[in-house]
Write a protein that binds this ligand. Structure first.
Ligand code: UTP
Length: 297
């Protein structure tokens, strides 16, 4: 049985340029899906998977993100005084215990691989998860929990995988499959954003990983040689060359790319419709909106 996965890295040092001008002052990860910032969905998913230590790789301008995880005693007191118990419980459920959360700076946005590498001294020699908070996954059983359960059988390294149509393969890291075992696939290679028509499969990597600490050694070597962005997929691909197991995991759930405007809007509607307190209003509005658009055509 592989070692338990208890640490997760959350790389949040990117500049979020697709959301300018909002991201001039609001970190993308604090942007709100219904009533929770993206990062809260990521933390909840990690907790459900058994993660105990939360490591954020941040950058200049991400202060609001660190503040979000502070306790808010005054606000709690106020809610208690007013008897707003439900809100108080919601607020308290976001509290992180002291020492469970750490922040590391990535001084320059040199890519996802580099951001993960920045957290190397906090991981030691144990497997760890990586969660990209802008990939939000709606699932009955949280995606990382599904992966941790699968990883307990495989060990090695695991990436969340999702089927994408041919015209989208050039936007993702794509998997070259050695053996398809259903929900798990053994991988013999990975290509980052292959040119159209040249992808080895339709299985794309999305923002959830369980990685062996060996990956830091590969990132070390890539770092000293690379000119441009340091890709995490390159480091994982080196695990394959070293004969280590790398698996893709077809998770059950729906992934929203909240790093893009369209994905964020779709997630807002989907999460709104899944909320009993909002569903009826929102559904009524959407039905009316679609009908009036149709009538105007
Ligand atoms: P993205 O490329 O999707 O995010 O990186 P971005 O750079 O913030 O956004 P755009 O493209 O400018 O709009 C995927 C994830 O990797 C992190 C990002 O914060 C995001 O969570 N990342 C990316 C880093 O932490 N450091 C980097 O150097 C690059």
């Amino acid at each position: 049985m592989p070692k338990k996965v208890t640490k997760a890295i959350f790389p949040v040092a990117g500049m979020g340029t697709r959301f300018l001008p909002a991201t001039k002052s609001v970190p993308k990860e604090i942007m709100t899906l219904v009533d929770r910032p993206l990062v809260q969905y990521a933390i909840d998913e990690a907790r459900a998977a058994g993660i105990k230590e939360f490591i954020f790789v941040t950058s200049r301008g991400k202060g609001a993100l660190e503040d979000y995880f502070d306790h808010a005693p005054q606000l709690e007191q106020e809610l208690r005084k007013k008897g707003k118990d439900e809100l108080l419980a919601t607020l308290k459920s976001t509290n992180m215990d002291s020492g469970d959360i750490a922040y590391i700076r990535q001084h320059r946005a040199l890519g996802l691989g580099h951001a993960v590498w920045c957290a190397r001294r906090l991981i030691h020699n144990e497997p760890f998860a990586v969660i990209l908070p802008d990939d939000v996954i709606a699932a009955e059983k949280p995606c990382l929990q599904q992966m941790v359960e699968a990883y307990e059988e495989t060990g090695g390294n695991m990436v969340a995988a999702m089927e994408v149509p041919d015209e989208q393969t050039s936007s993702y890291g794509m998997l070259d499959i050695a053996e398809d075992m259903g929900s798990k696939v053994k991988i013999k290679g990975m290509v980052e954003k292959p040119p159209a028509g040249q992808s080895p499969s339709n299985l794309a990597v999305i923002g959830r990983y369980i990685l062996s600490a060996n990956v830091f050694g590969h990132l070390n070597r890539i770092k000293s040689g690379a000119g441009g962005e340091i890709q995490l997929t390159d480091a994982i691909a080196r695990e394959i060359s070293d004969g280590e197991g790398v698996y893709g995991y077809r998770f059950r759930g729906q992934r929203f790319d909240c790093g893009s405007k369209s994905g964020f809007l779709q997630a807002t509607v989907a999460f709104g419709l899944s909320r009993p307190d909002l569903r009826d209003d929102l559904e009524g509005y959407l039905t009316q909106l679609m009908a009036s658009r149709k009538a105007a055509e």
